[in-house]
Ligand binder design. Structure first.
Ligand SMILES: Nc1nc2c(c(=O)[nH]1)N[C@H]1C(S)=C(S)[C@@H](COP(=O)(O)O)O[C@H]1N2
Ligand SMILES: [Mo]
Length: 165
């Protein structure tokens, strides 16, 4: 079984030129069993943005903050004390990773718009970008527009022994 999976992944690399992306995004948080995200229950949003000099185009998906809220992450009134040292780490099929702090995302703090998209111009993302990608319309460089997202992890980063809980 393991051997077969390895061969199938190798075939994926050879034929597509990309590491095979997961068909679902895994969510992990401290003290919570990891599980595949159910995006279907979240409000859909659309943003218009273009990477590099590309003409702006429409991307559809869900707000990352809504994903986090639905998963019980400390956002809104709960974002205080040690939670202000938590961040979200996003991993792609090729091992690329980016992070966003909770404070950067929460509408009461930085309020940065970060969207987990599954469609571009109304169509499912192609193999280069999808099935899931992050779009950050207000970043000046698109380096956090991570393609082929496989995992989203909430990470506690406080190192202070006496930090407020
Ligand atoms: N998975 C993955 N996503 C990634 C990268 C990567 O190496 N791997 N590169 C990033 C960088 S540095 C940029 S500039 C943009 C490029 O997006 P584009 O290929 O749509 O122009 O993708 C970002 N997303
Ligand atoms: Mo880049």
């Amino acid at each position: 079984m393991k051997r077969f999976t390895g061969l199938a992944m190798l075939a994926g690399l050879v034929f597509t030129g990309h590491a095979l992306a997961a068909d679902a995004v895994r969510y992990t948080a401290p003290g919570k069993a990891s599980a595949d995200l159910d995006m279907a229950s979240l409000p859909r949003v659309e943003v218009t943005a273009g990477a590099h000099g590309d003409a702006p185009s429409a991307w559809q998906g869900v707000n990352l903050i809504d994903v986090l809220r639905a998963q019980g992450a400390p956002v809104g009134k709960a974002l205080r004390g040690k939670a202000l040292a938590e961040f979200v780490r996003i991993t792609a099929a090729d091992g690329y990773q980016v992070i966003f702090s909770l404070g950067e995302l929460d509408p009461d703090f930085g309020g940065r718009k970060v969207v987990l998209v599954d469609r571009h111009e109304g169509k499912p993302l192609d193999a280069k970008d999808g099935p899931y990608r992050v779009v950050v319309p207000d970043d000046s460089r698109p380096a956090r527009w991570i393609r082929n997202v496989t995992a989203i992890e909430l990470v506690e980063a406080s190192t202070a022994e006496h930090a407020k809980p």
